[in-house]
Structure formats: C-alpha cells, structure tokens
Design a protein around this ligand. Structure first.
Ligand code: ADP
Length: 150
C-alpha cells in the first residue's frame, strides 16, 4: 500500500488542491490530506469548516482521508506509516520554498517528497487569492470545489 500525506492549510481547499489530489491518486493507493494546526496563524475558516469542505469534496473517494496534525509533518507521516509527502508546485517561489523544506525533511528522515506541477488551468489559484475574492464579495465559486461555502 503506497500512502502519501498531502499537508497544507487548505484555507479553503481550491481547485488547484483538487487537481493535485486527483492526479496524486494515480500514483498512490491512499492520500491523507493533513490540515496543519498552527496556533500562530490566523485563518478565515475554522479547522472544522476546512475539514468538512475537504471531506465533502471527496465523499465518493474512499482512498482520500482527511486528518489534522500539529508538529512536524515528517513525524505525522511516520505515525501514519506514510513514506511520501505530496506537494504542488505553481511557480519559482513555490520551488525555492519547497526545496528547502524537502531537503530538511530528507536530512531528518527517509520520507520522500513528491512534487506535481500544477495544471495550467489551476496554476494561478491560491487560497489567499480566494480569501481576497471572498472578502471583497467576488465570485469565488469558480476557484473552489462547490462544497466550499463562505
Ligand atoms: P501551505 O500553507 O502549506 O502552503 P496550502 O493549503 O496553501 O498550504 O497548500 C498546500 C499545497 O497545495 C502546497 O503544496 C501548495 O503548493 C499546493 N497548492 C496550492 N495551490 C495550488 C494550485 N493552484 N495548484 C497546485 N498546487 C497547489
């Protein structure tokens, strides 16, 4: 059983995340979507709302699990017996940031990070842009799965 953890804030889940998860399911038997709890971060949606949006999106996909965690992602992966971390890459800034984290994780563990490049259709989407559109009463619904309600 090949299991991967897809960690993130998912505030909220977007069509970009969904694309990475759908494509990840071609590579892995099971994907744990892991919502990181960071006490220092301010979120637009509560942890319960973020979890529910993801659960409802993948209600018909038993190979997707949704969990929350705090602490190091590699420790969570070890607990869950997941040797892979899945991440999406949108642009050079993502690459530089992710490279440092992946190198650190591989120094600290044997967990391998697998990157998928974004699809051209969703590469511009980010949760922060979605939050901005919501705050300014724009039509955010074209950027997120229809389970996300503001
Ligand atoms: P974090 O706070 O860890 O960046 P996010 O929820 O913003 O959490 O992102 C989680 C993962 O999803 C990251 O690997 C990020 O690069 C990826 N991701 C975010 N938006 C997109 C997108 N539009 N296309 C592909 N991957 C994306």
């Amino acid at each position: 059983m090949k299991r991967a953890v897809f960690p993130g804030s998912f505030d909220p889940i977007t069509l970009g995340h969904v694309d990475i998860i759908d494509r990840g399911l071609e590579l892995f038997d099971e994907i744990i979507i892991a919502i990181g709890i960071n006490a220092d971060k301010k979120y637009m949606f509560t942890l319960e709302q973020r979890k529910e949006f993801i659960e409802k999106t993948f209600i018909n996909e038993p190979r997707v699990k949704v969990m929350t965690y705090s602490g190091l992602t590699i420790d969570f992966c070890k607990e869950q017996k997941a040797p892979f971390i899945l991440r999406g890459l949108r642009n050079p800034a993502d690459f530089e940031f992710e490279k440092a984290i992946a190198h650190t994780n591989s120094k600290l563990s044997t967990i391998e990070t697998i990157f998928l490049l974004t699809s051209p259709d969703t590469s511009y989407i980010s949760s922060s842009i979605v939050r901005d559109v919501i705050r300014n009463n724009g039509d955010y619904t074209i950027l997120v799965p229809d389970t996300v309600k503001s």
